[in-house]
Unconditional design. Structure first.
Length: 201
């Protein structure tokens, strides 16, 4: 039975632009990490006291969130607004899709990677999943900021507020990683769902 879903024209064009922007950031981060590892340089934060480490983590998190959220709002404002409406209308569905994409897909890729043929599919799948995670994070920066500022659509102010709040929350020792995963989950679900619907046509 043919699918009755029709893709949203305004959102489809925004996705490649956003993915391209964040892909550049990821590539630079990977290159920098490899260079640091090869040079044997230790993390300077390891010698800092707790308060200073927290301040560094908050600052770094704020900059990363600001760049991701700002790139999404600048390159795909209509897509950001659409995801805000989608989350507001049915947050539960976005979380369910987040669990599917964030847990189910990695498990499926791990199973595929057991065989040589499956590995051919799993490797590009990992990169696609990473891109989905980055765009999903950017989506949630704008959404959280919009809710906190009582705005209708994500804008520059929403991105600033969302980036700061997420940076503060995710910098909490021990719980920061869990908070980041939970907050990002709906965004990952929405972006992954978009890709799935586009694939189905």
């Amino acid at each position: 039975m043919p699918s009755t879903w029709k893709p949203f024209p305004r959102s489809v064009g925004a996705v490649p632009a956003v993915v391209a922007a964040v892909a550049v950031t990821v590539t630079l981060a990977v290159v920098a990490g490899v260079a640091t590892a090869q040079s044997g340089v230790t993390d300077p934060r390891s010698s800092l006291d707790l308060g200073t480490r927290l301040a560094v983590n908050v600052g770094a998190g704020f900059v990363v969130n600001l760049l991701l959220g700002g790139a999404l709002v600048a390159l795909g404002p209509e897509y950001a607004a659409e995801k805000f409406d989608e989350f507001r209308d049915d947050a539960g569905e976005t979380v369910v899709w987040g669990l599917i994409v964030g847990i189910g897909v990695p498990i499926a890729l791990a199973v595929l990677a057991i065989t040589i043929i499956g590995l051919v599919v799993a490797i590009p799948g990992v990169f696609v999943l990473a891109a989905v995670g980055i765009v999903g994070s950017a989506v949630m920066v704008g959404i959280i900021g919009s809710f906190l500022t009582h705005g209708d659509d994500p804008d520059g102010t929403a991105v600033l507020v969302g980036a700061l709040v997420l940076a503060l929350a995710t910098a909490i020792p021990v719980l920061g990683g869990l908070i980041n995963w939970l907050v990002t989950l709906p965004g990952v679900g929405m972006v992954g769902h978009d890709l799935y619907r586009s694939w189905r046509g």
